[in-house]
Design a protein around this ligand. Structure first.
Ligand code: ATP
Ligand code: MG
Ligand code: FE
Length: 341
């Protein structure tokens, strides 16, 4: 099958052509980061305007680069939530118009299922599977007993991991989004500050990063007041070690308690080197039989290809939408299970 996939939930306009769910023929990504940097975060109005300017260009480029004719497509997949409502609406409207004009079925995709399916470009997803989703707006463990069934077994009670990275980055004077820069700094420093590791030993799979963020900010402000110069590399290393320790601990425990065949790491923060390496090490030490799949580095952030991979799976489950499809900014995984185990 050939799917044209559209993503516009936040600050990337992206359109891909994906073949058979796991071959990328094109994956055009127009990022708006430069326009948001001076505000220290994504400005919704600015995001919508950029998507409007970029969407048609991205669709044309994507088809051209894939060397695919409109009439050879089998479906159009689009992110309809969660995300910024104005941003989502641009993608949804464009997808509806394209599907209508070319008489193609429309597949509505949950952005978070998209993140998980970035792993599909590495290898097939085998069930039962567990996904560790770490991104700008989410930090959760998602249990998948079979294809197209999703159950959140743990999630953050306050900030998402990526959000925490971006907030402490701002305090350190780093540009938005700060995740990658902190990751790089962390590799030059040591965990000298020993920030708190919230909920690490609690008997659940939930996370909390706001206490860590506060501890970090207090440390920096206190040093400012007494004119003490702190090592940025050590601050970054300490922050990252705290985030990674909690995430790795909880994820490995979830893997041990659930009867799963595979663990998937996905979402923007899945690009984090510290997290990838620590999970690799812990899993080969404790759960050597488990199939650990990391989303490809280039597909951790928002992109159309992952939406195409998820769209192919949803298409096989006959999950189509009609022209009444609307954006759903607070879309959730909707599977209501009896019990996980
Ligand atoms: P969501 O997917 O939850 O709707 P989003 O789409 O805005 O949110 P993503 O694009 O998936 O989020 O991820 C962006 C986040 O990933 C940012 O917070 C960014 O700082 C973070 N990030 C990117 N690279 C790294 C890295 N190497 N280490 C840590 N964080 C990173
Ligand atoms: Mg983004
Ligand atoms: Fe995302």
């Amino acid at each position: 099958s050939l799917i044209l996939a559209i993503e516009s939930s936040c600050d990337e306009t992206s359109v891909a052509v994906v073949k058979n769910g796991d071959i990328i023929l094109s994956n055009i990504i127009a990022t708006q980061i430069n326009s948001h940097q001076r505000f220290g975060g994504v400005v919704p109005e600015v995001a919508s305007r950029h998507h409007i300017e970029q969407i048609t260009i991205c669709i044309d480029q994507s088809l051209k680069q894939a060397d695919v004719d409109k009439k050879d497509l089998d479906a159009v997949a689009v992110t309809y939530g969660p995300g910024l409502v104005g941003a989502l609406l641009v993608g949804v409207s464009a997808a509806k118009a394209f599907a209508y004009a070319n008489n193609l079925p429309l597949i509505p995709v949950n952005h978070m299922i998209g993140h998980i399916y970035a792993a599909r470009f590495v290898k097939p997803i085998v069930f039962p599977s567990l996904a560790l989703l770490v991104s700008g707006g989410h930090t959760e463990l998602v249990y998948m007993p079979s294809e197209n069934e999703f159950k959140i077994i743990g999630e953050t009670r306050d900030d998402a991991a990526g959000e925490a990275y971006d907030k402490v980055g701002r305090v350190m004077g780093l540009k938005y989004p700060a995740g990658k820069a902190i990751d790089e700094l962390a590799h030059e420093g040591q965990d000298t500050f020993h920030f708190p590791r919230a909920m690490e030993h609690e008997d659940n799979f939930d996370f909390s990063f706001s206490g860590l963020k506060s501890a970090f900010i207090n440390t920096v402000h206190h040093a400012d007041q007494i004119n003490e110069e702190l090592s940025k590399a050590d601050l970054a290393a300490s922050f990252q070690q705290s985030v990674v320790d909690v995430i790795v601990d909880k994820t490995v425990r979830a893997c041990e308690q659930l009867d799963i065949k595979q663990l998937i790491l996905a979402g923007g923060v899945a690009a984090n080197r510290g997290l990838r390496d620590a999970l690799d090490a812990k899993i080969s030490e404790k759960l050597d039989d488990l199939d650990f799949v990391k989303a490809p580095l280039k597909l951790c952030g928002d992109n159309g290809a992952m939406i195409g991979a998820a769209g192919e799976m949803l298409m096989r489950h006959d999950q189509f939408a009609d022209m009444t499809l609307n954006a759903d900014p607070s879309l959730e995984f909707d599977w209501e299970p009896e019990a996980v185990k």
